[in-house]
Design a protein around this ligand. Structure first.
Ligand code: SAH
Length: 258
């Protein structure tokens, strides 16, 4: 979104004095009720990204357009999402680019989908649950607008059973048995293409690697991303006490022609 001012229909993040965050969709005449009174959507529509406003009972809110990370953390979920700490690295490791033909499975809540669509990918997604597929499409539309759906084709299909489409540049997997997709990836991915799997358990990563080796994939690497935030307050400068110690392993490889 490149407009300077908020427009009706877009999603805005409100932040209160206690740093609590609320994601709202702007509707003409709409009201957002908080513990410190109502915020009128009409006061926000037309005002600048980054502006502050008061509720009718004097509560002060900062407002900003949500970043992709904000949206992923706040959007409605069906399945458990991939978090921003892994979404960013996935774009690099799978080397996503504008116009890339990408196979994704499962699509879950659409967090990974919207990240890749925003990087310019065209996605064919296989998802076994119809309710999750619908949720993912709604989330993608809310985050990126209706036009992004032209590049997002979600099919209700089981990725373990086979892949009909061919010539994908990239395949990105977040489902329980990525190794069951590897024999199909061998024919669905073009030579030189990249496959990546997100697996919470290292046992899954090891099984995936074994399948990759048996199916013509090379340049295989497994890694994890650790993200430690810091507390910086005057002389008190130290890592935060709490961190998310684990989400998942990222395993990626390239298909070589035989
Ligand atoms: N990456 C997604 C979350 C995916 S959760 C996000 O960031 O939002 C895993 C998804 O895989 C679930 O929606 C589940 O229904 C789907 N799934 C599991 N097995 C599958 C299969 N064999 N084929 C297609 N989808 C599958």
């Amino acid at each position: 979104m490149s407009e300077k001012n908020y427009i009706e229909g877009e999603q805005i993040l409100l932040i209160d004095s206690k740093k609590r965050r609320y994601l709202i969709e702007l509707k003409a005449g709409g009201e957002f009720h908080t513990h410190v009174g109502a915020v009128l959507h009409d006061d926000l529509i037309g005002s600048a990204d980054g502006s502050s406003l008061k509720s009718n009972r004097g509560g002060v809110f900062s407002t900003v357009r949500p970043t992709m990370s904000d949206f992923v953390l706040k959007m409605p979920r069906g399945a458990q999402v991939i978090y921003p700490k892994d979404l960013g690295p996935i774009l690099m490791l799978a080397d996503l680019f504008p116009g890339a033909q990408v196979f994704e499975s499962g699509v879950g809540s659409g967090a990974l989908s919207m990240t890749m669509l925003r990087a310019g990918a065209n996605i064919t997604g296989y998802e076994i649950r119809e309710d999750f597929a619908e949720r993912a499409k709604k989330n993608v539309k809310a985050a990126l607008g209706e036009k992004a759906l032209d590049r997002y084709d979600v099919l209700i299909r089981d990725a373990y059973e086979g892949i009909e489409e061919k010539d994908f540049d990239r395949m990105v997997l977040d489902l329980p048995e990525p190794w069951s997709v590897v024999p199909h990836a061998k024919t669905a991915l073009r030579s030189g293409g990249i496959i990546l799997a997100y697996t919470p358990s290292i046992v899954q990563a090891a099984k995936f690697k074994e399948a990759l080796e048996g199916n013509g994939f090379a340049l295989i690497e497994t890694m994890e991303v650790m993200n430690r935030t810091w507390h910086i307050e005057g002389q008190a400068v130290r890592p935060d006490h709490r961190m998310v110690a684990h989400t998942a392993f990222l395993t990626h490889a390239r298909l070589l022609s035989t």
